[in-house]
Design a protein around this ligand. Structure first.
Ligand code: MN
Length: 272
């Protein structure tokens, strides 16, 4: 894989420690030790750490060729979208996640930034926009949320209000992965540049145990591979990020290994 690696080893540790070590675990499983590393202050508060780190991450992505971003927490993904947006005004975002990540400071039940990154990418969380991160990074009609199986009440109303394309786990059960991914990409892509963010918790915890916030009933090994093979076939992938690997909860590096295999599928490695 010739994609340029960007590592952002940070998490808010809202669900306990470990995800800040995910990017290095995935890079090790990938067998790559190069790439750009964006430093984050793990001793600072989340708001301080993100205020300094997100613009630096956006800059790193902006200068990277076909980036593969390994991020600790999904909270960092809006910086990838923001970094790409400058050169791709009609950029689309496909957010593959068990959770909606669509809470705002007004609707959040937990108060933690961890539930807000997709809302932040849409420009709905003021605190993310400080210090030079240009948000919104994407328009609602260019966003698809895939694989979601846990939405808070505020997230449900926001989805309806904004008209974001949402494909729940139930849609995937009923319709199958292929028509859903094809439709999602057609609906958002318009232009030809898509940022795909994969939260490893979209996969079933029996397959991917090393995540921060597991939810039962996720995608199978084969379903998640198919999803990313379909992304590769569409030929629109501009940047991929893999988030939320928690080595502390992982079993024999299984989740980090799966993340590497998924990157290969997304970049077009085929069985035949
Ligand atoms: Mn997430």
């Amino acid at each position: 894989m010739s994609r340029e690696l960007v590592l952002a080893p940070w998490s808010s540790r809202f669900h306990g420690p470990g995800m800040e070590e995910g990017p290095d675990a995935v890079a090790a499983a990938l067998g790559r030790n190069g790439g750009q590393r964006v430093g984050f202050d793990l001793d600072a508060t989340p708001v301080q750490a993100l205020g300094a780190g997100l613009p630096a991450l956006a800059d790193a992505v902006r200068g990277a060729a076909d980036p593969l971003a390994l991020l600790g927490e999904c909270t960092l993904a809006p910086a990838v979208t923001a970094g790409l947006r400058g050169s791709h005004p009609d950029l689309a975002l496909v957010w593959i996640d068990a959770h909606g990540d669509l809470n705002t400071p007004e609707t959040t039940p937990s108060g933690n930034v961890h539930g807000m990154p997709l809302a932040a990418a849409l420009g709905l969380c003021g605190s993310f926009s400080r210090d030079g991160l240009r948000l919104p990074a994407v328009e609602p009609e260019r966003v698809a949320l895939v694989g979601v199986r846990s939405l808070d009440p505020g997230e449900r109303s926001l989805v309806r209000e904004l008209g974001v394309a949402v494909y729940t786990i139930s849609d995937l059960d009923r319709r199958g992965m292929e028509p859903v991914i094809v439709e999602a990409l057609e609906r958002v892509a318009g232009g030809s540049f898509v940022h795909v963010s994969v939260d490893m918790d979209v996969v079933d915890p029996e397959v991917a145990p090393g995540v921060g916030d597991p939810v039962r009933g996720g995608l199978s090994f084969r379903e998640v591979h198919l999803a990313l093979e379909l992304v590769a076939e569409a030929g629109v992938l501009e940047a991929l990020d893999l988030v939320e690997v928690n080595p502390i909860h992982d079993h024999e590096n299984r989740t980090a290994g799966l993340a590497v295999e998924l990157a290969a599928s997304a970049f077009g490695v085929k069985i035949l």
